[in-house]
Design a binder for this molecule. Structure first.
Ligand code: ADP
Ligand code: AMP
Length: 214
């Protein structure tokens, strides 16, 4: 099952990808997570990416395409994968087509997570992420049992550096300019199914996704 989760920052891609991963046993490939891992590791790539991520801009196509291409060749992707946060530009989508062609693979589903801007700002403002296992919470909608601590592993919850109002504004602008055109790109291939994520709980959204995946 080859899936792309498409949607603006804060729509719930990571939240839903983790559910799909657990049930369908296919890996979540989040370019944002891969870049944050490089930032933590202090690599040259991480240092360069951090500067861009802190402004809410997009890291260069060549870099993220390279990361995804290598990742898709790994054995755990043989049964399928969930792309979360990639592709984000038409150039990335075209490169992905090329990579999948080389691997003799085909995209099955592009699930578009639809949500209004005001909801996004509230979601990103309240997002908390576990430093140890990456689990996601929201102070209002999915609060942890103990404030600041992960229910799953007890790890410390943190606020992402880019979840601040100014960076959020820029990320949304980038989404509108660079990523939203992908809805047409994949729409023309008949791959896109939309789902309203703004008014539904994560469980309700997940039920809708399962119907789409079949
Ligand atoms: P994305 O990966 O698209 O940036 P996340 O999955 O990190 O988005 O979700 C952003 C925030 O919104 C998180 O704090 C998450 O707990 C919360 N969230 C996700 N889906 C929903 C939902 N359906 N209703 C309310 N809050 C949600
Ligand atoms: P995310 O975790 O998906 O919200 O991504 C966080 C940040 O990482 C983005 O704001 C970008 O700076 C960078 N990033 C993640 N994925 C990509 C991508 N596919 N292309 C370019 N930049 C990306």
């Amino acid at each position: 099952m080859e899936i792309i989760l498409l949607g603006p920052p804060g729509a719930g891609k990571g939240t839903q990808a983790k559910r799909i991963k657990a049930e369908y046993d296919i890996p979540q490939i989040s370019t944002g997570d891969m870049l944050r891992a490089a930032v933590r590791a202090g690599t040259e790539l991480g240092k360069m990416a951090k500067k861009i991520m802190d402004t809410g801009g997009l890291v260069s196509d060549d870099i993220v395409i390279g990361l995804v291409e290598e990742r898709l060749k790994e054995q755990d992707c043989e049964k399928g994968f969930i792309l979360d946060g990639f592709p984000r530009t038409i150039a990335q989508a075209e490169a992905l087509d090329g990579v999948l062609g080389k691997l003799d693979r085909k995209l099955r589903h592009v699930v578009s997570l639809e949500v209004d801007q005001d909801v996004i700002v509230e979601r990103l403002g309240g997002r908390r992420t576990c430093k140890s296992c990456g689990a996601m919470y929201h102070v209002k909608y999915e609060p942890p049992k103990v404030e600041g601590k992960c229910d799953k592993c007890g790890g410390e919850l943190y606020i992402r550096d880019d979840d601040n109002p100014e960076t959020i504004r820029n990320r949304l602008a980038q989404y509108g300019e660079q990523t939203a055109p992908l809805l047409n790109y994949y729409g023309e291939k008949g791959l896109v199914r939309g789902i309203d994520c703004g008014t539904k709980s994560p469980d309700e959204v997940y039920s809708g996704i399962k119907e789409i995946l079949g």
